[in-house]
Design a protein around this ligand. Structure first.
Ligand code: PHE
Length: 511
């Protein structure tokens, strides 16, 4: 006895659908209500075993453009031109014809192209050159051509050229005339698959067994013993997976954490420092003169309440005052003005994390010392694609007897490399508290541009010496949001805070 063929429930449906005779895949999909891919899987498997016959038929489908009906109604330009010529007695000089055709709004170039392709008109050389209706043109004037009939039929729903051929339209002529006229209609190749049972398949169907397929076994399947007849459906690892968007940390937070880790790994200590700060720590301690424009209300947010806070003890304030006024013990001549305590007591939202740095320096003036701070900063700035009034800086200092400009550039390069930027560049800059000063640029691959990331330098003696530090101090303040923007491939910094949830979802968990 021959072993019965075992079919899945899906395969059984497909087989049954073609039991009565050959059927198009599309019809099978319709009768079985199965997905086309499932139908094809079942069909190809059956074909491999010799139970199915799968025939492919390539058909040409005519798909008219949306306004094809109107243009047909009006008459294709070459047909309108044909009438024009016949009305004018059958021939005109080329310039004359061109002028009249244009007056009717007809595209002359197309008329010559398609008119002569159909053999309706011909041009004669001579002085002047003439356009003339041919005999074929005269015959054609009241008779729609194959392509016009084809378009009409397609508009009425008979779209396949082989079906149209049954109604007397010549598919070869249609292909020639419409194949390249894509502004009127598109000719598409459609592959149709016809499924049928072979004699062997028909015989197999009569004794086929259906196996129950499930994705998993349920407790009831064990209790009832049904598990014996159930086949577990195999996983198809080739099917596309569904994209999942699990909950995740906001990308900016993540980059902030990576930044902290990078500096911790480089042996830095993390410092925290107030965001609401005295002008003393934000400006004066950094040797910024009290009439410096950066202190202006235009650039800096001042607090109204409290408007002032007490200054640190005199042993901290006095050296700073003396440095501002005449250079103190630093060898500098200072700014040469009367330093005001009142001005230094004003309360600001810190304009840079360098306020944190100088506090750290005051607390630890002796080498070796390395500290960093990632924190909010505030500037009275107009929002733009690269500016935010509230943003974060990545600040750091290195106090070391051996520290030099080379150490500074090396440290910053190492940091950006850890953050995934291979190309780092520096350019000379100016800050009131550093000499030399350098700005840091990184290369933005996506835009092919160098982008400014922040400032750095070596503290002037007027900054470090009043706090008892006689050694080189390297310092930098870098934009965190700029870095994040580049890393995430955003073109606008606002996307970090006001971006769409969708864009946030799309941010990869790791790279
Ligand atoms: N504070 C500077 C800024 O906000 C950056 C900087 C920090 C420059 C430390 C030099 C040294 O742009």
């Amino acid at each position: 006895m021959i072993a019965p063929v075992v079919l899945t429930e899906t395969a059984k449906k497909v087989w049954e659908a073609v039991r009565a005779g050959p059927k198009d895949v599309a019809d099978v999909v319709q009768t079985t209500q199965l997905d086309q891919s499932l139908v094809m899987v079942a069909a190809l498997e059956a074909q491999q075993q010799g139970f199915f016959d799968v025939k492919e038929r390539v058909r040409l489908e005519l798909d008219p453009v949306p306004d094809a009906a109107a243009r047909l109604q009006q008459g294709l330009p070459e047909r309108q031109a044909l009438r024009l010529l016949i009305d004018a007695g059958g021939s005109l000089s080329v310039p004359d014809f061109t002028q009249r055709a244009q007056a009717q709004g007809l595209p002359v170039h197309e008329i010559f192209r398609w008119g002569s392709a159909r053999g309706w008109v011909e041009r004669t050389k001579g002085q002047p050159p003439m356009v003339r209706v041919t005999d074929a043109g005269r015959l054609a004037v009241d008779e729609p051509a194959d392509d016009e009939r084809a378009l009409r039929l397609a508009l009425e729903g008979t779209r396949f050229l082989d079906e149209q051929a049954l109604q007397g339209v010549d598919p070869v002529a249609v292909e020639q005339l419409l194949g390249k006229r894509t502004d009127l209609a598109k000719l598409r190749k459609r592959t149709q698959r016809i499924l049928s049972l072979t004699t062997q398949g028909l015989e197999a169907l009569s004794r086929a067994k259906v196996k129950r397929e499930q994705n998993a076994l349920a407790p009831e399947d064990f209790q009832s013993g049904a598990w014996r007849d159930i086949t577990l459906r195999p996983y198809d690892v080739t099917l596309p997976g569904k994209t999942v968007y699990p909950a995740k940390i906001h990308p900016l937070r993540k980059i902030m954490e990576q930044t902290r880790r990078a500096f911790l790994e480089l042996g830095f200590e993390e410092v925290v420092s107030p965001m609401v700060e005295s002008a003393f720590w934000n400006f004066d301690a950094l040797f910024q003169p009290q009439d410096h424009p950066a202190r202006d209300m235009q650039d800096t947010f001042y607090m109204l309440d409290p408007a002032r806070i007490p200054l640190p003890p005199p042993e901290v304030v006095e050296p700073v005052r003396r440095t501002h006024e005449h250079g103190g013990d630093t060898g500098s001549t200072g700014w040469g003005y009367k330093w005001s305590e009142r001005e230094a007591e004003r309360v600001v939202l810190r304009t840079h994390t360098t306020a944190a740095t100088i506090r750290a320096l005051a607390a630890h003036p002796n080498p070796p010392y390395k500290a960093f701070c990632v924190g909010w900063t505030y500037r009275n700035e107009t929002i733009s694609f690269k500016h935010l009034p509230v943003f974060h800086q990545i600040e750091g200092i290195v106090i070391d007897e051996q520290a030099s400009l080379a150490t500074l550039l090396g440290t910053l390069t190492a940091f950006y490399q850890k953050m995934g930027f291979a190309k780092v560049r520096f350019k000379p800059a100016f800050y009131p508290y550093t000499e030399p000063s350098v700005d840091v640029m990184v290369y933005m691959e996506s835009r092919g541009k160098w982008i400014e990331m922040g400032g750095s330098g070596i503290f002037r003696p007027e900054v470090s010496e009043p706090f008892g530090c006689k050694h080189p101090v390297l310092a930098w303040g870098l934009g965190l949001e700029r870095l994040a923007m580049l890393r995430l491939g955003f073109s606008d910094i606002r996307q970090l805070y006001q971006g769409s949830l969708d864009a946030m979802e799309e941010v990869a968990l790791c790279r």
